[in-house]
Write a protein that binds this ligand. Structure first.
Ligand SMILES: *Cc1c(COP(=O)(O)O)cnc(C)c1O
Length: 352
């Protein structure tokens, strides 16, 4: 027996790590598999303090994001992507081998993987009626779950949850932390629930700069919650979580001129999404759900074959078939106009 087999924690033996888009597929020249932005915007970095440790939390950054999100700076925690926010919540609230989190599949994979990494149980209450909450069942199951993860707009479905249902869960699960992951909120026609923080002490909102802000490479996310939750999470946060260049770029991305550019880029991507959606109506692909995000979800006859054929031509899309209820379903990120043209052409050729 190897030293690792002898010593590793028992629950990790069965754990399959998250198959991120970047880890599961390599190569290619058109990347439509990770919901990244096709835009690569320029920023400047001052290297005058790289010999110094960064701040634990940058006040200018938290203030800039608070202004953007319409909350107070004391209600903001910045983290290494919102993935770190997910992990902090589990580490701060859930006892290993005792507590549980609640997820509503199909949903973002990291909630369950983060929980399992810390030997925390996962209760599943599947979405119903085209991707909406089974509110009654969520509330019932919440009695035994410390943290409830809701994703709106949804990855992978793309639709937004009814805010009335989210409010029901907040009201009737007062002894659970209710996390609303708004990674795609900038693409949505619906409203954020961030302005409900005053009303609900159990609400947490997750945000990220990785999607509409086109900054997946700097790893910057935000967790919005009331002060007492933020203070608890700071106890388990690493001493120097965000690299200084990340903080500098994030602050620039939140300046008014950058936010104006963000708006224009989002508008273009939404127009491209409509164009792609109508072009794909001429193919056998079946749209699974209306999208409030920068991606579209399609059912086909053989998802693995389609993903492999496109990858063979350098174009990467994501197979979602492992998700509950999404057999032979693929997820396509909206790219630049040129990338979308290439995708449309390749799909026409494929289905010819
Ligand atoms: C992409 C994504 C995240 C992770 O974002 P990072 O900030 O890059 O860690 C979180 N939640 C959902 C639903 C996502 O799609």
């Amino acid at each position: 027996m190897s030293i690792v087999d002898q010593l590793q924690r028992q629950h990790l033996k069965q754990l399959t790590p998250y198959a991120s888009a970047r880890r599961s597929m390599s190569g290619g020249n058109i990347w439509l598999n990770a919901n990244e932005s096709p835009y690569c915007n320029s920023y400047s970095v001052d290297d005058g303090k790289l010999n110094r440790y960064p701040e634990f939390q940058s006040q200018p950054l938290n203030q800039a994001y608070a202004d953007y999100a319409g909350v107070k700076a004391s209600q903001v925690l910045s983290s290494r992507g919102s993935d770190e926010g997910i992990e902090l919540l589990i580490r701060a609230f859930c006892e290993p081998a005792a507590d549980k989190v609640l997820i509503c599949p199909p949903t973002y994979g990291m909630y369950a993987i983060s929980a399992k990494t810390f030997a925390v149980g996962v209760t599943e209450v599947p979405l119903v009626n085209n991707g909406q909450l089974d509110t009654e069942s969520v509330i019932e199951a919440s009695a035994e779950c410390k943290v409830i993860f809701l994703c709106s707009p949804s990855n992978p479905l793309g639709n937004a949850l009814n805010t009335d249902d989210i409010e029901q869960v907040l009201q009737h699960s007062p002894r659970s932390i209710v996390v609303v992951d708004e990674a795609y909120i900038e693409f949505s026609s619906g409203n954020s629930v961030a302005n409900w923080l005053e009303r609900y002490p159990n609400l947490v909102v997750l945000r990220t700069l990785s999607k509409a802000f086109a900054l997946a490479g700097i790893r910057c996310g935000f967790l919005l919650a009331n002060d007492d939750i933020i203070e608890l999470l700071q106890k388990v946060l690493a001493p120097y979580p965000l690299p200084d260049p990340t903080v500098q770029i994030a602050i620039q991305a939140l300046q008014p001129s950058s936010l104006k550019r963000l708006q224009q880029q989002v508008t273009t991507l939404l127009t491209e999404r409509e164009r792609l959606q109508s072009a794909l109506q001429q193919t056998p692909l079946k749209l699974v759900s209306e999208s409030e995000t920068n991606f579209l979800l399609y059912q086909c006859e053989d998802a693995a074959a389609l993903v492999a054929a496109l990858a063979g031509n350098g174009l990467l899309i994501r197979n979602q078939s492992a998700q509950r209820g999404l057999y032979n379903v693929v997820r396509i990120t909206i790219g630049s106009a040129t990338e979308n043209d290439e995708l449309i052409q390749q799909l026409r050729d494929y289905f010819l």
